[in-house]
Design a protein around this ligand. Sequence first.
Ligand code: ZN
Length: 279
Amino acid sequence: MEDLTDEFKYMATSLFIAFKALLMNETPVACILVNKSTGKIISIGYNYTNASLNGTKHAEFIAVKRLMENDHQINFQDIIMYVTVEPCIMCASFLRQLGINQVIYGCSNDRFGGNGTVLSIHNDKKLIGNTYKSIGGIMRTEAIQLLRNFYIQENESAPVPKVKKNKDIENKLYPPNIFNVNELEFTDYYGLIRKEEIYNQSDKEITPIIGHGYKVSNLVNLQYLKDIPYLEQDMGVVDDEQVNEFFDLFYDIDDNGQVQFSSKIRTYNSKKRHLNDDE
Ligand SMILES: [Zn+2]
């Protein structure tokens, strides 16, 4: 695909849901399920392990469970998942058993990734059942940035606040891009031009349009986010202030696919329940 604008809109949607989870003191990981033929968002899920005290309540499980409760005749071959972080081994196995069509994820999951980083549950031929396609890289820096905001919170609730360290977390470069696919699979999804420009060059980010940068506020707006099914009923009202706070958390990406670390961002402070200006 040359123009990935729709893919980015879907991922920005998942990122906003993850931001809402962050506001609820959950690890900011979220996903949406999209019907492949209609393009409609049919379910959402977010990490819900803290409030539920249940370590298996991952975003993927919640989104699928919701869908199954509402519809008993689901063909998972019609469904694509957009999830901010690579599914863990448990979720990757679950999605494979369901027969999901495809998973698009933001950043890789270095410790538990089941779609290529630690294990390749999605396409391991030795396992029974259908394989599924999976690829990473869409808005992966934003996915990492949300997680970093969560870890800043963790540090703040520690007995000895590591203020200096927080600064490091904010300004730290992102790890190299990992797509967890071969050249052919990369080209199939991202197109030949990106294959030549990005596949072997890990410091360059994917952008919606080749040769053009983006900012998250280009992708979604208040009305679009208010219309996400189940979001407001599950996670509370979405308002202008909150949406702007969300936009302020991320660096812009320039026309060369470089993260603009010089652009001003803010960080989320759980204790004070507001955003801090980046100093
Ligand atoms: Zn999981």
